[in-house]
Write a protein that binds this ligand. Structure first.
Ligand code: SAH
Length: 407
């Protein structure tokens, strides 16, 4: 196979491009398209030789697309219309317009791309946009696979459950077999049960695996979380197939990380809502674009002082004066993960970097919009190993998934 010509739509900071590089597939991104000037600056900084179009996708003509003569589309359409906490405007949301335009263009291209990779949030699988996507793919003769995957499936201690679709054009004489029923097969997935998660494949690991007494003695429900949440977190920390947070931290000494410490105001106001992890943990929650600005639900914070027991800090905290409360919370030395550490947890390679003028808050914002590079790398390898005429011997090993792609 020669070099694949790849079109990267909604390119952001190039998460898809990094995955393509890491996958080892001989390929060239012939155009990356995005309208976010900050993201584009970062993209250009890291991929100076890739043609980057600062244009709205719906403003690009069929003719322009045809001229690119691409073999693969990689895309992460805007996810706001589909998020569980959003308004779920779906196809009525203006931000879905460009995606509908792509679906309209696809069947009219002179040459259909052989491969398509799409990433979106959990929620997309129930959308009308997804229904239209599937219909278009079937009409065009694609075979496809849909999966919900979190980076924990590939050993990374970070939850980021996302919808992925990988599609392959069927060779004319091959029967078209779709697997649009993937979701029916996994109707009750949650963050810890993605279909590609090794523990999902090994039933013995699914149960808590811990005796009741240990659960009760180990769980202190000092924070505003349910017993089930606390138990789930403890189980995640016992999953040895996932690496420890400490493998993803910057090697610098902690003094250099003082700028990331949580302010007294944040500690007092949001102390009980924080998701706190320690270097030895094997979990962290999804980093969103609000990380560093908002606290609740935007990502985990790191406990840097291990001499203080977290339970001793939170037990009875409610009864203390503000000043005493603060003194207690300060003992833990809680800090945000640095953008570099968030990038590490999202599978970005060491050589990825930000231009100097991009602020820390901007860095968190674009990272929060991006994707887990390692997950997409594995999916790309799976997709390419499944193409017609290719021996699919190593299909399973690509993502540790036992479901075959081409059927
Ligand atoms: N995968 C990317 C992020 C995708 S987020 C990464 O790794 O960073 C969605 C991106 O779509 C955003 O960067 C946003 O600027 C871009 N976008 C949204 N609507 C667009 C449109 N109509 N045309 C071009 N880009 C668009």
């Amino acid at each position: 196979m020669g070099y694949l010509r790849v079109l990267e739509l909604y390119s952001g900071i190039g998460g898809m491009h990094y995955a393509l590089k890491e996958s080892g597939i001989p390929a060239q991104v012939v155009a990356a398209i995005d309208i976010n000037t900050t993201a584009n600056q970062i993209y250009k900084h890291n991929f100076p030789d890739t043609p980057l179009w600062n244009k709205t996708i719906e403003g690009i003509t069929l003719d322009d697309f045809n001229k690119l003569s691409f073999d693969m589309i990689m895309m992460s359409p805007p996810c706001q219309p589909f998020t569980r906490i959003g308004l779920q405007g779906d196809i009525a949301d203006n931000r879905t317009k460009s995606f509908l335009y792509i679906l309209d263009i696809l069947p009219r291209l002179c040459k259909l791309p052989r491969f398509i990779v799409l990433e979106n949030v959990k929620g997309f699988e129930k959308s009308s946009a997804r229904t239209l996507l599937i219909k278009t793919l079937i009409d065009c003769g694609y075979t496809f696979q849909e999966v919900m995957v979190s980076p924990t499936s590939v050993g990374i201690p970070n939850s980021r459950l996302r919808y992925f679709l990988i599609a392959l054009i069927s060779a004319e004489n091959l029967s078209t077999q779709t697997s649009s029923k993937t979701f029916d097969a996994f109707p009750h997935l949650d963050e810890s049960e993605s279909p590609l998660h090794p523990s999902f494949l090994s039933p013995t690991c699914i149960s808590t695996g811990l005796p009741e007494e240990e659960i009760h003695s180990g769980l202190v429900l000092y924070k505003r979380e349910s017993r089930m949440d606390a138990q789930r977190k403890m189980n995640q920390n016992h999953d040895l197939s996932v690496r420890q947070i400490q493998d993803f931290l910057e090697p610098q000494r902690e003094e250099n990380m003082e700028r990331y410490l949580l302010s007294p105001k944040t500690l007092l106001r949001y102390g009980l809502l924080l998701d706190i992890v320690q270097p030895k943990c094997r979990r962290s929650v999804c980093f969103t674009k609000g990380y560093g600005r908002y606290v609740e639900g935007t990502g985990s914070v790191l406990q840097c002082c291990m001499e203080t027991e977290i339970d001793s800090v939170f037990t009875g905290l409610d009864q203390l004066s503000e000043e005493e409360k603060l003194q207690q919370l300060l003992k833990l030395k809680l800090r945000y993960f640095s953008p570099r550490e968030v990038a590490n947890l999202m599978g970005f390679p060491q050589h990825f970097s930000f231009p100097e003028n991009i602020s820390t808050i901007q860095q968190y914002r674009v990272l929060g919009n991006s994707l887990n590079v390692l997950v997409v790398t594995k999916l790309l390898q799976l997709l390419l190993s499944s193409r017609p005429g290719h021996s699919a011997g190593d299909e399973d090993s690509a993502v540790g998934c036992s479901s075959s792609f081409c059927g």
